[in-house]
Design a protein around this ligand. Structure first.
Ligand code: NI
Length: 497
């Protein structure tokens, strides 16, 4: 929750780096609008995806490119280390028979606090063997002019800053825990079980807040100057609490901040209307009663030979180049985007919409939906739609589940038609332009072709693919044009016309 709030504040002070659109509204509304849109222009996204079919393992690791070489290199290193962790996990699973292997997912948030302080948080999720996943945050703070990474010891003047953070965060976590106890229903528990739960939780808090550098490695600030201490899942609270963030008000920590650090930013007045920020309101899970029928447009794919090119996992650093190609060829396509990347590459999304492409959902963070419960699936879909609504004024009507992974639960909770594909060029596996050209060009009328705009090798294939398909007299269309005129049911799978 607190993490989410922080994320929402991410875009507020980006003006120093990027200009924002002028906003005629009054100040309080400007805050809400800017903070909730997180539009950080100029950021590009890199997504590293790997899959291992033998162990049913996947990674989808996204990180930003800010155009600041040293910072970008650091973010790349941390992200690639996470990819190495994934690869090692896959090796470890190779001899074990599991239905679900390793899942390593990373999303990021940027908090441009001031013109001198940039905070990037990488939120990592990993699960192995189909178990409940774990979450960790890596918070990286940079001084913009030198691009150096700031270490906690530079932030505080107290040499014993760890003792300070330990004491303050422990007090806060224990107080919160005691408050939550009052609201916990122990009517089903024996007195002994209750006592054990209390002792277990208090021990976790105490261990997780021991004054060690490791426990306090992930710090950040909001623009009001409040210090946020990020604890990994299981670090300072039972797993059910997920990621835990302790917020220490600026007034409380200001006396301990180093002069060097204080020069990097001036805290803004706290956002008085922070409660009003639409913080991912939980819509009810969508109903599967829905059926949609897209009206017939200019192109009638019942009579004409149509093929739909689709691209997953973007937007990415390569997507604008793909858009250039599609524009030059006058060919529409369908993009199944990730919310976590769309949120930052807003200009690319606007361009897709303006140039007549269809934008649909590939979930927010590319987790295997089969491993999520109903609420988690709803959150992956709603969050993506909210991001898109803010950028282009509309959400999505189709879902392409990550990895094409569908179960009864996914069907029951998708609330919209599931769009898979007829042709998979395995571009994610081979990463060869020639092979992508060959596979995609083999499409027949009515087919949906899968591709990924996170690979340069795939993008490079598209001019030839378009030429080859048109040479056979095929019309390139979006998915909705391809399926227009039919009744499409929520939770049903569509692979072709
Ligand atoms: Ni995907």
């Amino acid at each position: 929750m607190v993490f989410a709030l922080l994320l929402i504040m991410a875009a507020v002070v980006w003006q120093t780096l990027k200009t924002q659109e002028p906003n005629p509204k009054k100040q309080s509304e400007v805050m809400v609008e800017n903070t909730s849109s997180s539009s950080v222009d100029g950021v590009k996204v890199i997504t590293l995806e790997e899959r291992d079919e033998k162990t049913n393992s996947v990674s989808n690791i996204s990180y930003p490119v800010l155009g600041l070489d040293k910072i970008d290199a650091r973010l790349e290193t941390v992200s690639k280390n996470f990819l190495t962790d994934y690869e090692n996990a896959v090796k470890g699973l190779a001899d074990i028979s599991v239905s679900y292997g390793a899942d390593y997912i990373q999303k990021f948030e940027i908090t441009p606090i001031s013109d001198q302080l940039i905070i990037v948080m990488l939120e990592q999720y990993f699960s192995e063997g189909g178990g409940t996943g774990s979450n960790e945050v890596k918070s990286l703070m940079f001084k913009r002019d030198t691009q150096e990474e700031l270490m906690p010891a530079q932030i505080f003047k107290e040499e014993k800053y760890l003792d300070l953070l330990s004491r303050l965060s422990r007090e806060k976590l224990l107080a919160d825990f005691n408050k939550s106890l009052a609201d916990t229903d122990f009517s089903d528990s024996t007195p002994l079980a209750k006592e054990e739960f209390i002792q277990f939780s208090q021990k976790m808090i105490n261990d997780g807040t021991e004054p060690t550098a490791k426990n306090f490695a992930n710090l950040s600030f909001n623009e009001a100057g409040d210090l946020l201490i990020h604890f990994d899942k299981y670090q300072a609270a039972p797993g059910a609490n997920g990621l835990v963030t302790v917020t220490l008000p600026y007034q409380e920590i200001a006396p301990y901040l180093s002069d060097f650090f204080k020069e990097l930013f001036t805290p803004k007045k706290p956002l008085t209307n922070i409660e009003a920020v639409p913080n991912s309101p939980q819509k009810p899970a969508p109903s599967n009663e829905v059926a949609i029928k897209i009206p017939q447009g200019k192109i009638d794919c019942q009579k004409q030979a149509c093929v739909a090119l689709t691209f997953d996992d973007g937007p990415s650093v390569h997507t604008d180049q793909l858009l250039d190609i599609l524009k030059e060829k006058g060919a529409p396509a369908t993009f199944f985007v990730l919310g976590k990347s769309a949120k930052y590459q807003t200009q690319t999304i606007k361009r897709m919409a303006a140039e007549g492409h269809e934008i649909e959902s590939h979930t927010f963070s590319h987790k295997d939906l089969r491993k999520l419960n109903k609420d988690e699936i709803a959150a992956e879909l709603n969050e993506t739609d909210q991001v898109l609504e803010k950028i282009i004024g509309r959400g999505t009507k189709f879902l392409r589940p990550p990895y094409g992974a569908v179960s009864d639960s996914v069907k029951a909770n998708a609330g919209r038609p599931l769009i898979l594909w007829t042709i998979d060029p395995l571009d994610w596996k081979k990463r060869e332009t020639e092979s992508v050209i060959k596979e995609m060009s083999a499409a027949k009328p009515g087919m949906i072709v899968l591709g990924h705009d996170i690979y340069a090798t795939t993008v490079a294939a598209i001019p030839k693919v378009i030429d080859n398909l048109r040479a056979k007299g095929y019309q390139l269309v979006t998915v909705e044009e391809l399926l227009a005129g039919q009744e499409l049911k929520a939770g049903h799978i569509y692979r072709q016309r």
